[in-house]
Structure formats: C-alpha cells, structure tokens
Design a protein around this ligand. Sequence first.
Ligand code: URP
Ligand code: ZN
Ligand code: ZN
Length: 457
Amino acid sequence: MMSAELLFKNGKVVTAESTYKADVAVAGGKIVEIGANLKAGAATEVVDCRGKLVLPGAIDAHTHLAMPFGGTVSTDDYEAGTRSAACGGTTTVFDFILQDTGEPFPDAIRRRDKLAAEQAVVDYSFHLAVKDVSGGLLGTMEEAVEMGVPSFKVFMVYDFGVTDGVFYQVLEHSKKIGALIAVHAENNEMVNFLSAKHLAEGNTSAWYHYMSRPEFVEGEADIRAIQWAKSLNAPLYIVHLANEQGALAVTAARDEGYPIFAETCPHYLHFTSDVYKRKDGINFVCSPPIKGKASQNALWEALKRGDIQTVATDHCPFLKSEKKWGAKDFTKIPNGCAGIENMYPYMLSEANRGRISFNKAVEVCSTNVARIFGCDHVKGAVEIGRDADIVVYDPKKRFTITNKAMHGDTDHVIFEGAELKGYPVATYSRGNLVYRDGKFLGSKGAGKFVKCRRIKL
Ligand code: URP
Ligand code: ZN
Ligand code: ZN
C-alpha cells in the first residue's frame, strides 16, 4: 500500500450493498485501501471512527445556486450553497445551468463554470436546462457532452419551458449523443388556467398554489413524458417527482423494461400539502407543490422498491422578504425552498429510525446518483480508487434543525424544528476536512468540476 495520509479507523463502512467493519486509507485524495487493522505510518492522520459509520459523501443531483428566477436570484451562490452542502455531508452538487436564448451549450457551461470554479468549496458538476435548440443549437449539445456535461433538463412549465415538440426533439437527439434528458413535468396549460381561475375568485393564499397544481397536473405530465421516452426507447429522468400517479407510471414503465428513472426530494417525503394552510405556507411554495398523504406514501414505497432511484434537494432558496411578494397573490411567490444541508441528515435519520436501511440511504443519496449521471468512476461509494469524499456519521447524536445552525446564506429552512436521530460529525472532500462538529473548515475555490462520462443506462 502507498503510505496513507489519512486513516479512518474502527468505523463501519456503509455501501449501497453492505455494511462492514473496516479501516479506510486515503492517499492523494483517493481511497487506496480498505481492510481490517490497517497500519498508520508516521505521517498518517488517524480519524477514530469507533461507534461511527463511514459513508460516501452525498451527491445532490439537483440544485439551483445563484439562479435568476421568480423575479430575483436564488439566495445561495456557489460558495454559500456548497458550504452548506459540506456541512450536511454532501460532497458533490449538480447545479442547473439555465441556457440563455440563442446560447450554445458549451458557452453556457463556460459562463457558469467561471463562477463555480472560483467559489465552490466542494466538487460540482452541471446539468444544462434547455431553452432554445433552434438554428443549430441542438448540434451544440454533443460538445457539452464531450466537455463532461451529458445531462439536460427540459421544463414543461414556467415562461422558459419548452414545447412538446422541442422536448421530443431533444429526447430523440439524446440517444445519438449519449445524453440523459431530465424533465420537470407539470401541465402548463392547466397550471395557467387554474391559477387564473383561483385568483379571479379571490383565492390568493399559498393553499391555492397547491390547488392550481393538484396531483393530476403533475401525474398527467409524467405519463405524457414517459410515453414519449418509451416511443423512442430513450432514457428519461423525472426530477422532483411528488405524486402517486407519476410514481405508479414510472413503476409500470420500468416493469415493461424501459429506462425510466425518477428522483424525489426530502420535502415531498416529509411534509404534506397541509403545510400550505399554515401561517408560513408561502415559505413552502415550490413546484411541483408538496402533495397529499397518499402521494407521500407512494413515494416512500417507490423509493423502497427501487422505482425511485435518487433523492435530491431541488435547493432553490429565497429570502422570507421575497417569499412575501406573494402574500396576497400566490403566483408572485418565488418558487423554491432551501434543503441542501438537510437532505443527507434527514435520509440517514429516517434510516436510523428504521424506515429504510442505511444502505438504501447511501444508494439513493450517493451511489445511484453517480451511476446515473456518469461519475461513478470517481464518486458515489467508499471503494478503492474513488475520491475520498467521506462522511463520518454518529448514529447517537441528536440534532434539531434550525436555520441558525445552518451554514448557507438563507434566512429560513422549511425543516425548522425537525428532530433528527444521528448526524454527520465530519465531512471530507477528496481527503480534505471541510466540516467537523458544527463548523465549516473548507475553503472557497477548493471544489473541482467533475467531468461526467457519456450516459450508459
Ligand atoms: O420550485 C422549484 N422547484 N424551484 C426551482 C426550479 C424548479 O422547478 O426546479
Ligand atoms: Zn423543476
Ligand atoms: Zn429544480
């Protein structure tokens, strides 16, 4: 073995498949050996992990950092967002780049990478959100894939959403170039119609955000998107799946053998649409909205079965003052919530309480994400040869989520007051300590771009 710089001793390693006692040795930012009773050299720093779990860092497949949206820009930039991520055990984030109209995809990557490279404290990669494929722009997708960004998202809603035709065209093209298309599925016409109807009737509160985007508005769009992907046998990844009908449609398509994948988010697993009746309901406004109990149960079941493969945050925070723009008109509330520091602790806490296994939490928050998005050669598991992105987790630690204890730039978290069983006590990014016992210890600009490979699903 090459001489280790860092040795995680006496912990229990958790992978997607198994849990076992072992020491983990790190050199040059990589995991170089895993085994019993590994010896420390004179220069090795030893981390005592007795009673702790040794986990791969989470990979957040869905963030919106410093994103212009809803008449403002999301609160966390690449520095604040990745700092917060690190303190919640997330060591890689996939951020969405919103293409400018007329902009070639490689230019969009360069534009955002300038910001991220300077600011990110942990590793990062991107997905490209497609606005425009006219006039030869479709052809620039392939160069983006070669640059290491093989995943693209289409929105079926919002003013920058694409038409059904563009969605289909992009799906068809993705097969030729080894890309993966992700979709935000909701029926735009229904959203617009129902929003106008409720406002005209004087129904303006956050509850009517949910009533304008009820369960079927998302479910119907999921079914259509799946239908088009099936017709092309193209892989499709449904982001932030929140409803039962969609979850069942994903299951049916997968049972037929189609490469359909889905992600959900902790807020859909933890809350129900009742939050929109609360006094602070505007703070929970995101799209798709949080659904009813039947949908929440269906998401947990699909996750356990493997029909939902990933959990991501959709981290898109706005200040309370910005959320208040919609106090008298729900359509003016910037859509999105904070969650980047809460995902892994929440999922691990649910595992610690017995709802899922720790292996499942690791699988959906890290291993599957790396595999689906083409970075499992370096990320997603405590395994020899992969980056030493490691979280030391104390299953006995109790933690109450408060915004005060978070490390981003947001002024509220929707998980305020949630009590967790177990919490990360240290996070390492490529062998560098970035978080310990409540304190951020990393540095701005230390995060590196993760070049993803062509998608093979
Ligand atoms: O409400 C949300 N989800 N905001 C972020 C943009 C998106 O739709 O993913
Ligand atoms: Zn979305
Ligand atoms: Zn999103």
